[in-house]
Design a protein around this ligand. Structure first.
Ligand code: FES
Length: 85
């Protein structure tokens, strides 16, 4: 079923974006543009995200604190500027 008729985005597509880390309507918009035209679908997207479409937030957080208080990334490479800090 379509959630965003302006861009032809389905509930399944919203769930897939949520599974890959888009946990807010703004992040969904960044991933597929849903909600960025007329905006009438934003509440539907919020409802989908609120019904468990997004995995647990801590599982998505790329920063993992080490035992010595140093930050390290779990999934993504650290940008050079962050390594120098
Ligand atoms: S229905 Fe999604 S922006 Fe219009």
């Amino acid at each position: 079923m379509y959630v965003c008729s302006c861009f032809g985005i389905t509930e399944q597509q919203v769930r897939e974006h949520a599974e890959t880390g888009a946990c807010t309507p703004r992040q969904i918009a960044g991933a597929c543009k849903a909600g960025t035209d007329c905006g009438s679908c934003v509440r539907k997207i919020q409802a989908l995200l609120g019904r468990g479409a997004c995995p647990r937030r801590e599982a998505l957080d790329p920063v993992v604190l080490t035992g010595r208080g140093q930050a390290a990334t779990a999934a993504a490479p650290v940008p050079a500027a962050a390594e120098a800090a």
